[in-house]
Write a protein that binds this ligand. Structure first.
Ligand SMILES: [Zn+2]
Length: 354
């Protein structure tokens, strides 16, 4: 299914899905699915009950996955992999040859409302990566504030005529560009600068998020405790969801330790970190070293998958699953995208030499 909010991205996914079919099937035919002695880690954000029109924040391809697609992916997963708990990964014991771990980032309420009953039905455990400041102060993360702001501006037909905002200013349809551009602009900044910048924009547009947004959108302590009692685990997603690659050692440690302090109230809390954004460029070898120094046993990225396990060290790559295309999802899960990117990366220096 194509998402009208982002046709280009949807079409690109279909293209990759179809182009990657030979790879995907070759991996599956050999019974490996790219996963012999390996661990596939899936990364989700929000699972939404039905597609809601009108709100970019509540209906876009970047972090939302419709419930029925989630069910389809989980069914596919259980037929081909053994889903394991984070504790089993941390135990250091040998894992089944084709293991998978399910993770959710940022701690949205719909994980409890929608994903939990589905995973309970299949008797599958999962891990939540939570943001420290949301847990400690019920502070709305800057990314959610930004999504809210753009949503509001679009609904009211307001122009985001801020010269420092990149993208095609203010025209519906160009919001994906504005969102991506502003995220890129802000993720290099300090949290105080980001807060100030967003407050300025909110004031100018009259679009401050309602007080209850944090309560409504982010999972409560009580619900997290309930999930922990069902065997779910909780991991660290830093204190403010900043781009760790842009921070020095001390500040990376501060982000991790502050979040660890806030999350220690949950009995399911484990020493693992999911790097915010998680793509290449949002972390560095120094980030991983800092995380290890702060006691994190594994650092999860979103650089694709699957991982050799054991053997991939402290960094575990995850596959982002927010796509409507089943073909593309299978291509990602079978490691096709990662393999293609590795091949391209190997080709690049050779090209430069020419
Ligand atoms: Zn996140």
């Amino acid at each position: 299914m194509l998402n009208p909010d982002n046709y280009t991205r949807s079409l690109r996914q279909w293209f990759y899905g179809v182009a990657g079919l030979p790879w995907t099937f070759s991996r599956m035919k050999t019974g490996r699915a790219g996963n012999e002695g390996s661990l596939l880690v899936l990364c989700y954000h929000r699972i939404v009950g039905r597609r809601r029109r009108g709100g970019f924040c509540d209906n876009h391809l970047f972090i939302n996955l419709p419930e029925k697609v989630f069910i389809r992916q989980i069914k596919w997963l259980t037929r081909r992999y053994q889903v394991v708990s984070l504790d089993r990964v941390l135990s250091g014991h040998r894992l089944p040859q084709r293991s998978a771990l399910i993770t959710f980032d940022d701690g949205f309420t719909d994980i409890y409302e929608i994903a939990r009953p589905i995973l309970n039905f299949f008797r599958l455990p999962a891990t939540l990566f939570l943001i420290g400041s949301v847990i400690r102060e019920r502070k709305i993360p800057w990314i959610t504030r930004l999504h809210w702001l753009l949503d509001h501006a679009r609904e009211k037909g307001l122009k985001l005529g801020d010269p420092s905002l990149p993208g095609k200013n203010g025209y519906p349809g160009g919001y994906a560009d504005i969102l991506a551009g502003t995220k890129a602009l802000l993720k290099e900044k300090d949290i105080h600068e980001i807060d100030e910048y967003l407050s300025g924009l909110e004031e100018r547009l009259g679009a401050a998020p309602p007080r209850e947004l944090a309560e409504r959108r982010f999972i409560s302590d009580e619900k997290i405790r309930d999930l922990c009692s069902m065997g779910w685990t909780v991991g660290n997603h830093t204190d403010h969801h900043l781009n760790l690659a842009s921070l020095g050692h001390e500040r990376v440690c501060g982000e991790i330790k502050d979040a660890a302090g806030a999350l220690s109230r949950f009995k399911g809390c484990r020493p693992v970190l999911a790097v915010p954004f998680g793509v290449e460029g949002s972390f560095s070898p120094q980030t991983v070293d800092a995380a290890r120094m702060c006691g994190m046993e594994y650092v999860f990225t979103t650089c694709g998958g699957p991982n050799r396990f054991p053997g991939s060290g402290a960094v575990l790559d995850r596959v982002i699953c927010e796509t409507f295309s089943g073909l593309y999802f299978r291509f990602l899960a079978s490691g096709g995208k990662k393999a293609a990117e590795n091949t391209l990366a190997r080709m690049r220096p050779a090209r430069r030499r020419q």
